[in-house]
Design a protein around this ligand. Structure first.
Ligand SMILES: C[S@@+](CC[C@H](N)C(=O)[O-])C[C@H]1O[C@@H](n2cnc3c(N)ncnc32)[C@H](O)[C@@H]1O
Length: 253
């Protein structure tokens, strides 16, 4: 079952990859969310060894290179995303792997100063196993930062600006979307509660340092808020966080 989901999601990501070139990438943490320029969660990156989980088109890795990171590693399920990342990172000698984040491949253990994941971790079909791998990749004292859809956000529906709860936040499990990005691209995405992410990080041995339920960026403060029923809009983001961001550290041995 899980292998079927991974195979299906891989095919679909290969189809929709072109929609995501340079989207959901650092310094952005997510749609209508504060950016890294405001939140400053990453520490000094000069010469640091960094690993991107679900690296997509490679634009967050390019951001890391711009901050002086010494070694750039990335893993992604989609061959097309990896091909785009190679093009994005021309001249930067990245180490890129086309593989599911759930799988233990030849990524070294206790090697990375920083592991991060921008709008990708929620795709994992195996959260505890994936977090254990991420923990194993980090040096003691290293840290992990991720952003993902706020877990309540997919349950919000809006009609004429009135926001309602759809479905059940209580029910965790797989949700099937037959036409991801409007294409013939079926995907299955796990629904988890915020507490599930937090508790799995704790169970894995991480120390949680920051939990952020995004607010709108300061740059949007002067913008007029039009009523909008779009899935992501400034109107909705002013009322409810689009994005959950967590920073967690592997303790020093
Ligand atoms: C929104 S994109 C990420 C954008 C990227 N983090 C960036 O900074 O530009 C989500 C990515 O997750 C990848 N993905 C989905 N399921 C995955 C899995 N099980 N393992 C690894 N990558 C996965 C997709 O192929 C896609 O490239």
């Amino acid at each position: 079952m899980r292998l079927n989901i991974l195979a299906q999601n891989k095919d679909s990501w290969d189809k929709v990859a072109h929609h995501f070139n340079g989207k959901d990438s650092l310094p952005s943490y997510g749609p209508f969310a504060q950016t890294e320029d405001e939140l400053r969660l990453f520490e000094e990156l000069d010469r640091k060894t960094v690993l991107d989980i679900g690296c997509g088109s490679g634009h967050s890795m390019k951001y890391m290179a711009g901050k002086g990171a010494g070694e750039l590693w990335g893993v992604d399920l989609s061959e097309n995303q990896i091909a785009t990342a190679k093009a994005t990172l021309t001249g930067l000698s990245p180490k890129l792997f086309c593989a599911p984040m759930e799988k233990d491949i030849s990524i070294p253990k206790s090697y990375f100063d920083v592991v991060y994941s921008i709008y990708a971790i929620g795709w994992t079909s195996l959260l505890p196993e994936t977090l254990q791998l991420i923990h194993s990749y980090l040096k003691p004292g290293g840290y992990f930062i991720f952003s993902w859809d706020h877990p309540l956000y997919p349950h919000l529906e809006s009609e004429n600006g009135i926001i309602k709860l759809a479905g059940s936040y209580q029910e965790e499990g797989m949700t099937h979307y037959p036409n991801f990005k409007g294409e013939n691209a079926p995907v299955t995405i796990p629904q988890r509660k915020t507490s599930t992410y937090i508790n799995e990080l704790i169970n894995t041995g991480f120390i949680i340092e920051a939990v952020i339920e995004s607010n709108v960026p300061a740059t949007s403060n002067s913008m007029k808020t039009e009523v909008s029923d779009r899935y992501y809009s400034l109107y909705k983001a002013r009322k409810f966080p689009t994005t959950l961001i967590i920073k967690a550290r592997k303790p020093n041995a």
